[in-house]
Design a protein around this ligand. Structure first.
Ligand code: HEM
Length: 526
C-alpha cells in the first residue's frame, strides 16, 4: 500500500513529461527513410541549386519515398509513379494544400489560387477559373487573339530571316505567352515578363527564414528587399490596370463609351471584366475584393507566362538537336495542311507526332519539375505515418527519367508515345498529360491539377508546328557547341542545361538565325 502510494507520484510525473514530449516531438509519426540530419539545418547541406536533381540522387540511395528535414520542416519526396498515385490520387484530401512561404505570402497577399490553402475561398476561385476564366467558351472567344499572336511572332522571325540576323527565341516566346495571357486578362499587352521571371525565381529559392524557426525574423539572404522590390513593381502595375478599367466601366455606365475597347463591335469579356463583375455582384457567395483581383491576375501571369514559353523552347531545342525528328514532324504538318497555308489550332488534333513531341518534351523537361503540396492532416502511407504540415514533393522530373518506367530514358524519342503495341505490352495504353498517367505528370494531378491545361494544350502544338513549318533555325548562341557532320557542314547542338527556380527553363537563352523555308513568307497571310 505504501509502495503503491510512493509510486503514484513518479508515475504521474513520468506520464506528464511524456505527454508534453509527445506534443512537442511527434513520436507517433513514422517517416520514410532519411539521411542523417545535421543540427538546426537538417538536410539543407545535401541540396544543390537544382533541387530536383539533388532529390533524384538522394532517391537512388534512400528509395522511392524518402524524407528530409529542411531546417525544422519535415518533407517527403516521392520519385515513382506508384507513390505519385498513392499520394496525389488516393490521399488527395490529405495533400491538397500548398507550401506557403514568406515570398508567397507577401507576393500573393494570401489570396492566391496557386498557393492558397484548400478551403471555401480556394474552391470559389478555382470554380471561377475553371468555368469562367479558362473554360472552353473563353478559349474559343480568344482563338483569333492567339492566332494573331502566332503570326506576329512568325513575322518577327521572317524579318530577321530576310536580314540574316539572329533573334533571341527565348525572349520572343516569353513575349508571345505574356501577350496571350495579358490580352486575355486585361484586353491589352502589358509587359510583365521580367517581373514574372523574378517571381518564379524567388518563390523557387530556399529561404532559410522559412525553415529555421529562430531565423524567421532575420533576413540572412537579403530576400526581404528583393521581395519588396518585386511586390512593389507588380502591385503598381496591377493597381494601374484595375484603376484604368474601373474608369472605363464608369464611362460605359454613363453612356460615354459604347464599348470598353473603343470600337463598335461587341467585345469579348476579358478576365478583369469578369472579375470586376463578380466583385460588384452582391449575391456572390464570396465577395471578391480588389486585393483578390490583383492576386488572381498575378497568379495567372505567374502560372501562365513562363510555363508555355519554357515548354516551346525545350521542344524547339530538342528538334534542333534531332533533325530526324524535325523532318518527320514537318512531313506530318505538310500532310495535314496540304495546300500552302499556315497550320492552325483546328489542325492540332490531326498532328499526333507533334503531340508526341510535346509529351516527350514534358517527360524530359517538365516546366515544373516538382509538384509540391502540404499535408493537411496526419495520414498513413504504407507503413509510414506522415504528420500534418509535412511538405510533399513529387519529383516529376525524376519519374520522367526513371529507367524502370521508360526505355532509354535519356533519349529524345517521341515515337515511344505512338507505338501503341509497345505500350500495350507494358500494360500502359496511350499516355496523356491530364494527370491520370502517373509516369507523366507535367500538369500535376488530382484536386490541384493545373486549370490552364486546356489553354496550354491548345496553344503549344500549333505554336511549335507553325514555327517549324515556316523556319529552320541556325543556332548562334555562345553556349551552344558546333559539331562537324559529314553530310552537313556544321550543325550546332543546343545546350540542355537548366536554370534553378520554381520552374526549370533552359539555362541560356536560345539565340538563332531563322531561315525561311519558303521563298516568300506569304503563308503568313493565309
Ligand atoms: C505548359 C504549360 C503549363 C504547365 C506545364 C503547368 C503546370 C502546372 C502544375 C504542375 C501545377 C501544379 C499542379 C498540382 O499541384 O497538381 C499547376 C498549377 C496551376 N496552373 Fe499551370 N501549367 C501550365 C500552364 C498554365 C496556364 C497557361 C495557366 C493559366 C493561364 C496555369 C494556371 C495554373 C494555376 C492557376 C495553378 C494552380 C492550381 C491550384 O492550385 O488549384 N497553368 N500548373
Amino acid at each position: 500500500m505504501i509502495l503503491d502510494q510512493l509510486l503514484i507520484l513518479p508515475l504521474f510525473l513520468l506520464f506528464l513529461i511524456l505527454s508534453i514530449l509527445f506534443k512537442i516531438f511527434p513520436f507517433q509519426s513514422k517517416l520514410p527513410p532519411s539521411p542523417i540530419a545535421l543540427p538546426i539545418i537538417g538536410h539543407f547541406h545535401l541540396l544543390g541549386p537544382l533541387i530536383h536533381h539533388s532529390f533524384q540522387k538522394l532517391s537512388l540511395r534512400y528509395g522511392p519515398l524518402f524524407s528530409l528535414r529542411l531546417g525544422s520542416v519535415p518533407c517527403i519526396i516521392a520519385s515513382t509513379p506508384e507513390y505519385a498515385k498513392l499520394l496525389l490520387k488516393y490521399n488527395d484530401l490529405s495533400f491538397n494544400s500548398r507550401l506557403y512561404n514568406i515570398a508567397i505570402t507577401r507576393l500573393t497577399n494570401n489570396s492566391s489560387i496557386v498557393f492558397g490553402p484548400y478551403g471555401p475561398y480556394w474552391k470559389f476561385i478555382r470554380r471561377l477559373s475553371t468555368n469562367e476564366l479558362l473554360g472552353s467558351h473563353t478559349m474559343k472567344n480568344f482563338l483569333s487573339l492567339r492566332e494573331s499572336e502566332y503570326r506576329r511572332l512568325l513575322r518577327v522571325f521572317a524579318s530577321k530571316s530576310e536580314a540574316g540576323e539572329a533573334v533571341n527565341v527565348t525572349n520572343e516566346l516569353l513575349k508571345l505567352s505574356n501577350n496571350v495571357i495579358s490580352k486575355m486578362m486585361l484586353g491589352r499587352a502589358e509587359d510583365v515578363m521580367s517581373v514574372v521571371r523574378d517571381v518564379t525565381r524567388i518563390v523557387g529559392e530556399f529561404n532559410v527564414s522559412d525553415y529555421i524557426w529562430f531565423c524567421k525574423h532575420m533576413d540572412l539572404q537579403g530576400f526581404g528587399k528583393r521581395i519588396e522590390d518585386i511586390h512593389g513593381r507588380f502591385d503598381a502595375l496591377m493597381e494601374k490596370v484595375i484603376a484604368e478599367r474601373e474608369e472605363l466601366r464608369k464611362k460605359k455606365q454613363n453612356g460615354e463609351r459604347k464599348d470598353i475597347g473603343g470600337g463598335d463591335q461587341p467585345r469579348v469579356k476579358d478576365f478583369i471584366d469578369i472579375l470586376l463583375d463578380f466583385s460588384e455582384d452582391e449575391s456572390s457567395e464570396i465577395k471578391l475584393t480588389r486585393v483578390h483581383i490583383k492576386s488572381l491576375i498575378s497568379d495567372f501571369f505567374i502560372a501562365g507566362t513562363d510555363s508555355i514559353a519554357i515548354t516551346t523552347e525545350w521542344a524547339l531545342a530538342e528538334l534542333i538537336n534531332h533533325p530526324e525528328v524535325m523532318k518527320r514532324a514537318r512531313e506530318e504538318i505538310e500532310d495535314v495542311v496540304k495546300s500552302k497555308r499556315l497550320v492552325n489550332e483546328t489542325d492540332a488534333p490531326n498532328l499526333p507526332y507533334i503531340q508526341a513531341i510535346l509529351k516527350e518534351t514534358f517527360r524530359l523537361h517538365p516546366p515544373l519539375p516538382l509538384v509540391s503540396r502540404e499535408c493537411v492532416q496526419d495520414c498513413k502511407i504504407g507503413n509510414y505515418v506522415i504528420p500534418a504540415k509535412t511538405l510533399l514533393f513529387v519529383n516529376v522530373w525524376a519519374i520522367g527519367r526513371d529507367p524502370s518506367c521508360w526505355e532509354n530514358p535519356l533519349e529524345f524519342q517521341p515515337e515511344r508515345f505512338l507505338n501503341s503495341d509497345d505500350l500495350e505490352k507494358k500494360n500502359m495504353g496511350p499516355i496523356d498529360v491530364r494527370g491520370q498517367h502517373f509516369q507523366l505528370l507535367p500538369f500535376g494531378s488530382g484536386t490541384r491539377l493545373c486549370p490552364g491545361l486546356n489553354l496550354a494544350m491548345q496553344e503549344l502544338p500549333t505554336l511549335l508546328a507553325a514555327m517549324i513549318q515556316c523556319f529552320d533555325f541556325k543556332v548562334v548562341g555562345k553556349h551552344d557547341k558546333l559539331i562537324n557532320d559529314d553530310e552537313q557542314d556544321n550543325i550546332a547542338l543546343v545546350d540542355m542545361d537548366e536554370r534553378p527556380g520554381l520552374t526549370a527553363p533552359r539555362a541560356h537563352d536560345l539565340v538563332c538565325v531563322p531561315v525561311a523555308r519558303f521563298k516568300e513568307v506569304t503563308i503568313l497571310d493565309t
